[in-house]
Design a protein around this ligand. Structure first.
Ligand code: 13P
Ligand code: SF4
Length: 300
């Protein structure tokens, strides 16, 4: 029997959550698939007792923070996020102490410890709406300086103090590479993720989260150059072959952490033979939950 059929047959009420950067076979068995915000929203409302997360560690942590009574399994325990791991916790504690009157807004791509020290959490698709809705005029944003500067341009009335982190995958694309692709496909829209640097976002036709790029491809009948992790391109090619899409920098826009999870890992996690059950101490979880609750409150 095919492994995909075996997963479906053995699920026994387990819910599978998969980020859009996962491979098409994994996305085909997922009950919920989407960007970080969609997965977090789903996590807050799940009925099942057991959840398998196909993505990276912070995504599984978000599910556990919002649904502590569930058994949450990260399908491949080695899948981390270098951007989430780039925050020096001692430095963050010192910043929090020194600027205790300025709220800390953290990107969802952070560890549970960073979320616990933050006031509000955001995703790339919800950040502008949430930061606009916050009453404070000044805030510290971490860890992605590229996303932070993109938000700053869209909310000039607020002062955003940036952390010096980035996503090594999206940040690696050069402005010259984006321009070259635009010249090559003159009729196409260049849609890039805000984790790309400003040399790239400044020449893009659309800058938006994974869900925005997917909506653009699905809703408009125009060719699109995809400027985010290659999983989105692979998903479109596998499921919507009629759509005209090109991948920007296919050798660079590959997140090796997102690609660690295999369909075999999903089978093992579903059947209880593999993966890692996420555990978070209750004090840290409750502090981190406050920043996610604030995200869901302002975001809705
Ligand atoms: P989204 O918030 O768009 O899902 O992005 C998550 C991510 O890891 C981007 O690199
Ligand atoms: Fe982290 Fe970048 Fe990979 Fe997203 S693409 S999981 S931000 S390293």
């Amino acid at each position: 029997m095919e492994i995909i059929e075996k997963i479906i047959e053995n699920k026994n009420g387990t819910t599978i959550l998969a980020h859009s950067y996962q491979s098409p076979d994994i996305l085909s068995v997922a009950d919920v698939k989407g960007d970080s915000y969609m997965l977090a929203k789903a996590a807050a409302k799940l009925d099942s007792k057991r959840v398998v997360v196909c993505g990276v560690r912070f995504m599984a942590e978000v599910v556990k923070i919002l649904s502590p009574e569930k058994e949450v399994v990260l399908a491949n325990p080695a899948a981390g996020c270098p951007m989430a791991d780039c925050v020096d916790f001692e430095k963050l504690q010192a910043v929090k102490k020194e600027f205790s009157n300025i709220p800390i807004v953290s990107y969802i791509n952070t560890t549970v410890q960073t979320k616990a020290i933050s006031d509000v959490c955001v995703t790339s698709s919800s950040a502008v709406k949430i930061i606009k809705a916050m009453p404070e005029k000044e805030l510290i944003f971490l860890p992605d300086r590229n996303l932070g500067s993109w938000i700053q341009k869209r909310i000039p009335e607020k002062k955003i103090i940036l952390w010096d982190g980035c996503c090594p995958v999206h940040n690696s694309v050069l402005g010259s590479e984006a321009k070259r692709e635009k010249r090559r496909h003159k009729d196409a829209f260049l849609a890039v993720h805000p984790e790309c640097n400003s040399d790239v976002t400044s020449v893009a036709d659309v800058v938006g989260a994974t869900s925005t790029i997917l909506d653009l491809i699905m809703d408009l009948d125009v060719p699109v150059i995809i400027g985010t992790e290659i999983g989105v391109y692979d998903f479109i090619k596998a499921n919507y072959p009629e759509k005209k899409v090109y991948q920007l920098c296919p050798d660079k826009l590959v997140c090796k952490d997102m690609k660690l999870t295999t369909i075999e890992n999903v089978y093992d996690a579903v059947t209880g033979k593999g993966g890692e059950v996420i555990e978070i101490d209750e004090e840290t979880r409750l502090l981190a939950k406050k920043s996610l609750d604030a995200m869901l409150k302002y975001g809705n």
